[in-house]
Ligand binder design. Sequence first.
Ligand SMILES: Nc1ncnc2c1ncn2[C@@H]1O[C@H](COP(=O)(O)OP(=O)(O)OP(=O)(O)O)[C@@H](O)[C@H]1O
Ligand SMILES: [Mg+2]
Length: 236
Amino acid sequence: MTMLEVCSVNCFYDNVQALWDVSLKVEEGEIVALLGANGAGKTTLLNTVTGLVKPASGHIAFMGESLDGVKSHEVLEKGIAYLPEGGRLFPDMSILENLEMGAYPKSLWNSRKSSLDRVFEVFPLLKERRKQMSSTLSGGEKQMLAMARGLMSNPKMFLMDELSYGLAPIMVTEVFNIVKRLKEQGITVLLVEQNVHQSMEIADRAYVLENGRLVLDGQCNILLDNDYIKKAYLGL
Ligand SMILES: Nc1ncnc2c1ncn2[C@@H]1O[C@H](COP(=O)(O)OP(=O)(O)OP(=O)(O)O)[C@@H](O)[C@H]1O
Ligand SMILES: [Mg+2]
């Protein structure tokens, strides 16, 4: 089943076009990487899916149902979690309070206790430290918390923007291992990354965005061997 379908999306900021006729698909159970340099339009694309940015034209559907004009909190309620660039935690809130923010829509709030139990199983450290202010966590721990907060909505699909950015190599491996675990639990993942090599190693397929246009896509094992990818993105 197709989880997410983005169809011919064009997007502008004032009169500057940020996305040009972008189409992509994510199938159920896949990890798909969306790659591209700074300013390529990766965040903009995720924002169009989550209802934060309204495309000028084009369509977006989730599990066959249109997301056109659907508000952010409704997108979350439909089963799409979003880890925004930089994590966007609430620094003056505890870990527990940050997690509860992941279940703020009414339909999710009532089941937040069982969601917490589920999330703490994946992140036992957060359970231990649930009263601690999120501002006191390390960079890697903050990204763990941001992932955990996303999982509080019990999503079918998880969009993650630059999950590994700024993390030490060992933490990069750790957060990507969690992404693989989420896939095993049946969560479909769309991963925006600048860490091209490692994200292609955990992803099934990838799309490459350049200056707002998709220029390449395919199976990661094939793309890793693609001459253009090697030269432009892997420094080989
Ligand atoms: N709120 C905004 N107002 C005006 N222009 C914007 C806005 N957000 C993004 N842009 C522009 O749209 C283009 C795409 O930006 P976007 O943030 O989607 O890229 P990105 O691929 O996520 O980049 P990065 O890797 O740096 O996060 C860029 O040229 C950017 O300057
Ligand atoms: Mg971005």
